[in-house]
Structures are given as C-alpha cells and as structure tokens.
Design a protein around this ligand. Structure first.
Ligand code: LMR
Length: 397
C-alpha cells in the first residue's frame, strides 16, 4: 500500500502541547505553553474594539466575493502605518508593498518562498534559540539554516559578543531573521543602541534583513516596539517584514498577518510585489476577508483605534504585573535560585531556565504544561493558578 512506508511525525513542540493539555484529565491543570494572551480569569477574550467593528462589518457587508490576491487594501495601508509610523517617507514614496497573509506564519512562508525561488538566497541566519517553526519553514523551501548565538544561558542575558561574532560571518545576500521585539522564546531584545549597531552592520555587509514582528505593543508600546525596524530602515533600503495581529488584536483564529517588502523605489517594490502575488496564488490563491476587514475598520476609525490601544495597554500591564508577581512568589515560596532576570524580559514569554527534565516533571506530577525549552507563557498566569505554579516549580528545582 502507498502509505505503508509513512512514519508518524512527533507532535509539534508548541501546538502539540495544547492538544495534550486538552486531553489532560486532572482538575488542577495549568496551560503555559502556546503564546496566547489570557485575562485575569484565564480567558482569551475578544477585544471590545474588535467586537464593535465586527458588528459594523456584519451590518455593512454585502458580498462574499473573493478578495484580491494581496487582500484588503485598507488593511495593508493601515499595516504600513503601524510598522513605519504615519507620515514616514516610505509610505509617501510608495516603496513598500504589503500583502495580507495567513497569520505571521503565512507571511514567513511567503518570505521563504521569495528568498529561495525568486532571489536565490542560499542561507538564512536564525537566532539560537528561536521559535521552532522558523527552522521548519526555511528548511521546507530548501534554504540552508544557520544559527547565530543569541542567549547567554548562564547569565540569562543577550549574548551580544557571540551574536556579533556569528553575524560577522553572514555572506552578502544572506537573509538574517530578526525578532522585531519580544524575542520568542527568550523575551530578551537588543537595546536601541544595539539595534543601531546591527542596522549599520546589516547595511555594510549587504544582508537581506527579515523582521518577524508578531508582538508589536506587547513589549513597551506600539511605537517603542517598532524601534528595531525603524532603526534598520534608516540604513537599509531593502527589507522584508512578516507581521501579525494574532496577539495584539487577540485574533488568533482569524489568521491576520501581513508580508511587507521595502524596496529602493516604487518601481522595484511593484516588481517584487508582483512576484509575491504569484507566490500567494500558488500557495492559497487569496486570503480570508473577515479578520482583515475587521482590523481595517478598527484602525481607520479614530475612536475604535484609541479603544484598541487602551485594551492593548491593559494586556501589556497585566503581563508585566504577573511577571513581577511570579518572580516575587518564587522567592517567597523558597526558590533557592535567583529568578530576577525574568523581570527584565519583554512580551508574553519568560525564558525560565527550567530544564527539559524539570518541565517533564511539572507536566507529569503537577499537570503544568510548559514548552520543553523552559519557555513559560506569563500571560497564562492568573491569581488563581500562580501559587500552585510557583509551589510546583520550587518542588522540581
Ligand atoms: C507561540 O510561539 O506559542 C505562538 O507563536 C504560537 C505558535 O504558532 O507557535
């Protein structure tokens, strides 16, 4: 039979954990795996501004006709405003083109296809550690994946020297993948001065930078979190961005992402964009309407946008509060080691330093689900589960 030689693939390290959690029967169970925001009640709520926009959309929608290959124009235009800032020269000169994509992952896959099949890129440089799907996406299109050092495990900080040493080996025309903010999984980002240095290095060495920008607003604010990207734009005329609204709009299941190409001029941007559209046509033809039209409605309406920003600020504040509480409680419950480094991390993840064996014990003995790298979703902590979590962690340390 045809399928007899097919072997089963191990479950996805992140999404597979969600499936295992669903099947978990113990009553006191905690899911800190997949990077999804949860409120103080442990729910992943629909943002109120989104709900309001959905109501308006429901009333005004008159057709379910196909979208264009690159999706909703207003959504793409609003995406550029968030990425570059309103009034940025790139917007005025039209030298960036955005295509709505199936989440940030879809944008990354389009980027990988463009790099491999249209630009003949040989290597992509990826931070070590990184989101596991980065490796898989680039391997899937046949680009060589190279690692650059990112994290100093003993001191729990950015391995700046290692990073610079490794990135000095990047060849002209290689893609360098950067996490725009809230590095996944470490939560550690370069400082503004370090971003400036990397931006200069990139321009001097001729890298093609690719920003994975999935957490804008979860670090320090919408504008603050775009520092990395805008610093690169000062030095680099060409750049790729895979962005996502899954987290900051809480629209995980609507698959709302975008792939943006910044080129030297409008003509070049249009030519590259035509290639992007030909890639999308063969991958999934055209994207879905609901999520993108909802987001476009929020972002072009000043009141709804302001309301969304308030809600985003609240999400960020809650994550920061839980981060502080987590560290304080670990100390109070008797953790011998120092976890203060967690306070300075950005975004929803805490790279805890827990070993795979400790993570396994947390799952097997306490029904606490964490990614085996030791990455904990801080947003999954609530006042109801944090005591149990910290007591359990102290037991496995
Ligand atoms: C995560 O890292 O948990 C999220 O980006 C969700 C995913 O697709 O892995």
């Amino acid at each position: 039979m045809f399928f007899d030689t097919i072997h089963a693939v191990p479950a996805d390290p992140i999404l597979g954990l969600g499936e295992a959690f669903k099947a978990e029967t113990r009553a006191e169970k905690v899911n800190l795996g997949i990077g999804v925001y949860k409120n103080a009640r442990g729910e992943t709520p629909i943002v109120k501004a989104v709900k309001e926009a959905e109501k308006r959309l429901f009333e005004s929608e008159t057709s379910k006709n196909y979208l264009a290959i690159d999706g909703v124009d207003e959504y793409n235009a609003q995406t550029q405003i968030l990425l570059f800032g309103a009034g940025h020269e790139i917007i005025a000169s039209r030298r960036a083109k955005t295509a709505q994509s199936l989440g940030g992952t879809g944008a990354l896959r389009v980027a990988a296809e463009l790099a491999k099949h249209r630009l003949d890129v040989k290597n992509v440089w990826i931070s070590s550690p990184t989101w596991p799907n980065h490796n898989a996406i680039f391997k899937a299109v046949g680009i060589e994946v190279r690692d650059y050092r990112y994290y100093n495990t003993t001191e729990h900080k950015l391995d700046w020297e290692g990073l610079i040493e490794d990135l000095s080996q990047v060849g002209k025309g290689d893609v360098v993948l950067l996490h725009g903010c809230c590095h996944n999984p470490t939560g550690i980002d370069p400082t503004p001065a370090q971003w400036d240095k990397l931006a200069q290095m990139s321009a001097e060495k001729g890298w093609l930078p690719l920003f994975d920008f999935a957490y804008q607003g979860f670090g320090n604010g919408l504008e603050e979190d775009a520092y990395s990207l805008r610093s690169f734009l000062k030095c680099n005329k060409e750049l790729l961005i895979a962005s996502s609204y899954s987290k900051n709009f809480g629209m995980y299941n609507e698959r709302v992402g975008a792939f943006t190409v910044v080129a030297e001029n409008e003509d070049t941007a249009n030519r590259v964009h035509s290639q992007v559209k030909s890639i999308i046509r063969t991958l999934y033809s055209n994207p879905a309407s609901h999520g993108a039209n909802t987001i476009a409605l929020v972002l072009k309406d000043a009141d709804l946008k302001a309301q969304w920003i308030v809600e985003l600020d609240e999400m960020r504040a809650r994550i920061k509060a839980m981060r502080d509480k987590f560290v304080a409680l670990l100390k109070a419950k008797g953790a011998a080691q120092d976890f203060d480094f967690i306070i300075g991390q950005n975004g929803i993840f805490s790279f805890s330093g827990l070993t795979p064996e400790q993570v396994d014990r947390l799952k097997n003995e306490f029904a606490i689900y964490i990614v085996r790298s030791g990455r904990i979703n801080v947003a999954g902590m609530t006042d109801d589960n944090i005591d149990y979590l910290c007591e359990s962690i102290v037991k496995v340390l």
